[in-house]
Write a protein that binds this ligand. Structure first.
Ligand SMILES: NC(=O)c1ccc[n+]([C@@H]2O[C@H](COP(=O)([O-])OP(=O)(O)OC[C@H]3O[C@@H](n4cnc5c(N)ncnc54)[C@H](O)[C@@H]3O)[C@@H](O)[C@H]2O)c1
Ligand SMILES: O=C(O)[C@H](O)CO
Length: 326
């Protein structure tokens, strides 16, 4: 008999077919008030889960899935699951590292360019008929090339961002990370330092850590105050890695120059957020990996991951492999 699987995000037909070939699939378009009861009933029988990072899967919900054997998230970030809880139950969480590095780094560099050159603010000026003469010094941007790029979280994506800065923009690369990265030091001439020194000396501070209990609110009022007044802050990790209210304050009172954000404490970001009123904040709707090509690669990877995991193979792309092996 085929194993039962819940798919909680729409995926292209050919990938859905690969799941249907192997499993008895129940589809939900996310989880919301209108389908929650049916979702919970399906959970009581399911052996596998596959879906996107926009749906939370806390222990209280997964307690209702006593037969669960594997979960597969269409994301590299795993913060919508509790890894410790899953590991205690012996359930692997599969994710999609690697396939989205370059696309996400492109997005982060777009944020760097848009903030530095005030691209959105000035584009809006043109669209709204406010371009009536040469723009004047008060609307000038700041250079990106030749500046110092500080990366907090020099992992797969951090490295891809640093590569763009080093080779494309002649930037000086510095980083803080849980451990040193010899490849970044050799290939990109990157300098390892503690976060405090990085904050004080970078022109662009780019956060690319995962959200964990150690990184939650890693950057708050104290950290913004350490940055240069001319600094530009970029967050592509998760909204909760920063204190958003402190960022609003820092952007409003000139503690730092500007911020480019792809992620927020609450997503979708409500239009009432004070961030939406700030010209010096560039706001993207969590589009780091959102290209047609890369999203398909992530879905294919996540489908492969679930098939492998439910067949007992977690050698590739298992986020809690070490915890499971303990
Ligand atoms: N905006 C998006 O669309 C998007 C896309 C992909 C990934 N992400 C986020 O980016 C994260 C990183 O992805 P990755 O594939 O590069 O992961 P990775 O594991 O390769 O890199 C993360 C790095 O952060 C470092 N780190 C952890 N805690 C730290 C701390 N306290 N201080 C400094 N460094 C610390 C780790 O040592 C590691 O090198 C994901 O977990 C996800 O949350 C966002
Ligand atoms: O973690 C990821 O892969 C991105 O944030 C997309 O959800």
């Amino acid at each position: 008999m085929k194993k039962k699987v819940i798919l909680y995000r729409d995926i292209p037909a050919q990938e859905r077919q690969r799941l249907d070939d192997q499993f008895d699939v129940t589809f939900f378009d996310g989880m919301n008030e209108s389908n929650k009861d049916a979702f919970v009933i399906a959970l009581s029988e399911t052996e596998g889960l596959i879906g996107s990072n926009s749906t939370s899967m806390p222990p209280t919900l997964l307690d209702l899935a006593p037969r669960l054997q594997a979960a597969s998230t269409i994301s590299v970030g795993t913060d919508k699951f509790d890894l410790t809880y899953l590991s205690q139950r012996g359930i692997p969480l599969m994710h999609t590292p690697g396939v989205l590095n370059e696309t996400t780094a492109d997005t982060l560099f777009t944020l760097i360019m848009c903030t530095a050159r005030r691209a959105i603010e000035l584009s809006n000026m043109v669209r709204e008929g406010r371009w009536t003469s040469n723009i004047g010094e008060s609307l000038y941007g700041t250079d990106v090339h030749g500046k110092t790029l500080g990366i907090i979280g020099m992992g797969r994506i951090g490295y891809a961002i640093a590569k763009r800065g080093h080779f494309g923009f002649d930037m000086k690369i510095q980083y803080s990370n849980r451990h040193r990265k010899p490849d970044a030091e050799q290939d990109l001439n990157a300098t390892f330092m503690d976060m405090e020194e990085l904050l004080k000396t970078s022109d662009f501070v780019c956060v690319m850590t995962p959200l964990t209990s150690q990184t939650e609110r890693l950057i708050g009022a104290k950290e913004f105050a350490m940055m240069k007044k001319s600094a530009i802050f970029i967050n592509g990790s998760r909204g909760k890695v920063i204190d958003e209210a402190a960022l609003v304050e820092a952007l409003s009172n000139g503690t730092i120059r500007a911020a480019g954000l792809d992620v927020f404490e609450v997503e979708p970001l409500p239009a009432s957020s004070p961030l939406c009123k700030l010209d010096n904040a560039v706001l993207f709707p969590h589009i780091g990996s959102a290209t047609t090509e890369t999203r398909l690669k992530m879905i294919t990877c996540a489908v492969d991951n679930l098939i492998n995991a439910l067949n007992g193979d977690i050698s590739q792309n298992c986020a809690n492999k070490e915890q499971l092996n303990r």
